[in-house]
Design a protein around this ligand. Structure first.
Ligand SMILES: NC(=O)c1ccc[n+]([C@@H]2O[C@H](COP(=O)([O-])OP(=O)(O)OC[C@H]3O[C@@H](n4cnc5c(N)ncnc54)[C@H](OP(=O)(O)O)[C@@H]3O)[C@@H](O)[C@H]2O)c1
Length: 263
């Protein structure tokens, strides 16, 4: 296959049971990658793994709760014991429970967002790193442009994505010269079932990227070992503008309810 940079690469994808992670799995399967797929729901995960096998890939479903360090360690070790190595870790799993900070009745959702989006990434990366150094492999972080800006209504989620960004950017510097690349993609809205769930009717009005297109852009960046990319022109524009005129962006975000969630 000419355009199959990940053929026979061992790739571990978190959050692979649906949404963007599922699309990443199918596109890698079509390239002939060897996959380890993680999420909590074993039935959905097994169905994705089976669909990957029909596309010619090897695929292993490893039910994992990424908030648990021991399960993340098992996930990585099980992957390596099955395939003998690891070439790429895609930290994709992530969840947000949008609500304005003052409207939270308690802080459990903030904890859940930090545990999955940030610590889940840290745990998997920690256990995967020795193997990735051996293969001069790739670490990928699926982030949000909330990881770069202060989008209202998502304080816990944004904080977890800011933390993930800081962690991966620091790791990239520490890994300089090791051959391991670290790529972060900052997404705007992507039309997954979860987007519909959190935004309700509003989801139809928001310009959103198709999950398959999003997955292909993440994989293209990883293949080229590019450091960071912000997806969609509107996301890029807002982030750029924030660098020059943060007060203006703050007013814009505060007043337009650019993204408003169901309360
Ligand atoms: N969709 C968007 O508009 C958008 C925008 C910006 C950024 N992003 C980011 O893109 C990534 C993927 O988003 P998505 O929309 O595809 O999400 P999604 O459809 O809700 O899928 C989330 C995935 O994460 C898994 N997951 C959730 N909690 C988990 C846990 N505790 N342990 C292990 N796996 C867990 C889910 O499976 P189980 O529930 O079975 O565990 C599922 O496979 C996330 O990092 C998200 O923050 C998405």
């Amino acid at each position: 296959m000419a355009d199959a940079p990940f053929r026979e690469h061992v790739v571990l994808i978190t959050g692979a049971s649906r949404g963007i992670g599922e699309q990443l799995a199918y596109q890698l399967a079509e390239q002939g990658a060897w996959l380890a797929l993680a999420a909590r729901s074993s039935e959905a995960l097994e169905a994705v793994a089976a669909a990957c096998r029909t596309r010619g890939a090897r695929a292993l479903a490893v039910p994992t709760d990424l908030r648990d360090e021991a399960q993340c360690r098992h996930l990585v070790e099980h992957t390596v014991s099955e395939y003998g190595r690891l070439d790429m870790l895609i930290n994709n799993a992530g969840m947000g429970f949008p609500r304005r900070f003052e409207a939270l009745s308690d802080l459990s959702t903030i904890r859940a967002e930090i545990e999955l989006n940030y610590l889940g990434t840290v745990y998997c990366t920690y256990y995967a790193l020795p193997y990735l150094k051996r293969s001069r492999g790739r670490i990928v972080g699926v982030n949000s442009f909330g990881g770069l800006l202060g989008l209202p209504g998502t304080a816990g989620y944004n904080a977890s994505k800011h933390a993930m960004r800081g962690f991966l950017n620091t790791l990239r510097t520490e890994l300089h010269g090791s051959g391991v690349s670290v790529s972060i993609t900052y997404l705007s809205a992507v039309r997954t079932a979860r987007l519909q769930e959190v935004m309700g009717e509003q989801a139809r009005k928001v310009p959103a990227l198709d999950p398959a297109r999003c997955a292909s852009l993440i994989l293209r960046q990883a293949a080229r070992r590019r450091r960071e990319q912000v997806l969609t022109l509107s996301g890029k524009t807002l982030v750029w503008l924030n660098g020059w005129a943060p007060a203006l962006v703050e007013r814009l975000l505060a007043s337009t309810a650019l993204i408003s969630y169901r309360e």
